[in-house]
Write a protein that binds this ligand. Sequence first.
Ligand code: ATP
Length: 516
Amino acid sequence: MIKEDIFKKIIAHSKEYGFIFPSSEIYDGLSAVYDYGQNGTELKNNIRRFWWEAMIRLNENIVGIDAAIFMHPRTWEASGHVSAFNDPLIDNKDSKKRYRADQLIEEFLQKTEDKIQKEVEKATGKFGAGFDENIFRTTNPRVIEQQNKYDEIRKRYLKALADDDLKEFYRIIVDTGIVCPISGSKNWTEIRKFNLMFSTQLGSVSEEANTIYLRPETAQGIFVNFLNVLKTGRMKIPFGIAQTGKAFRNEIVARQFVLRMREFEQMEMQFFIRPGTEMQWYEHWKEKRMKWHKAFGFGDEKFRFHDHDKLAHYANAASDIEFAFPIGFKEVEGIHSRTDFDLANHEKYSGKKIQYFDPDTNETYTPYVVETSIGLDRMFFAVLSNAYTEEKVEWEGSAKEERVVLKLPPALSPVQLAVLPLTRKDGLPQKAREIIDRLKYDFNCQYEEKDSIGRRYRRQDAIGTPFCITIDHQSLADDTVTIRYRDTMLQERISTDRLPEIMRDKVSMTELLRKL
Ligand code: ATP
């Protein structure tokens, strides 16, 4: 199936089964804003909990806070967002569509690389065992031509990025003949800078009004609370402060579902360290965070690092963790070495001394920071798209049919146990509720009595419920039920006493945390 088709199918599935809805849909939605439905919220909460516990429970020296979205406007001057949080914007005059110039060039480079890779793959198939890729790459005229084009454009692009040269961006777009994917034309406007922060007014009387911003990242709420946490938590460097919460960016191009939203959620941790130790901690957190991603069990090949070509205004080293989404590898998390940029600037702008006396070295310094910053919505979609599976199966002896099943890690599933009475009479519903009442304190249970058992199984598969139990007349007599496992579809008869033991290991977050 074409990758874009799978992407679209997952989007449709997530709406049909209560994971994600377009925001204010009855008014035709709001561009790049989404609501989480009943199942999506449970799944999102579970991913957030996995992150929170991995950070805070498993690390003695990391604590969590919850800062406000609104912050003093000076915060964003100090952080550099007022002057430097811009994207290069370009419009196509025919389609009237808006693009990020840097993304257009990066896509061009990616396509050129893909073309070269295709030639190599074709030749590998043709020449078989004796094929030497190096010789092929250095002698094949088509590959050489593409490679030269790639190298030249990449060099110009990196220089333009470093120099912040918008005119050169424009020249690259013209020289490479990049066309608008909608109109197919090369009729471009000039490139302008566009600040991504949303602003609003604080106060009800206009004279008192004061422009404030919706935070574009959660990190600043941590920096401005550094001294508070340091003192009240009696923290000692190295230590971290973590938080999860909403962030807002007026993205120019927001066409990839929850991968690029205007309101999204971040899970960030700022780790405060002694200057000069940042590279060691940067490597440490890169490794730790990769381990967290791999603990989901999606397959190690699904994740990779991508080091930044251009560093943000605050960073001296930065790497992304990318996930193989159905539409290709995309960033889900950034690990950044932010030096003392933020704390030093907040000291300058606030006039408050923001320093640390290190009892181990008897020095006073402005701590350096290594941060890990993950987008919860992107992670959500990574989990969902990895779980989405279409299979041909036999339903109770009938001909083969397709089933859609979400093979979610059971600890993350919105519903962990579905309890299904075979009929709505003879006391079976009562028995089902009695079992739920016993288990609901430890597991998220759902009662379902509508439709045939087969259809109910299919609905539970579609939301990723790892266990279904069926209550029949025998259940009344001997307290046994039929348990059905989502992935294997195997069924067995068990005593209800065994349910907690069967489920606990599989659905417990502890098992995920133990992998870290
Ligand atoms: P990109 O290059 O994709 O715009 P970024 O490098 O600007 O992302 P960061 O500022 O490092 O992103 O933010 C940390 C994380 O927040 C990202 O790894 C991503 O998962 C998430 N994120 C950033 N922007 C968005 C968005 N518009 N929608 C959803 N998630 C986002």
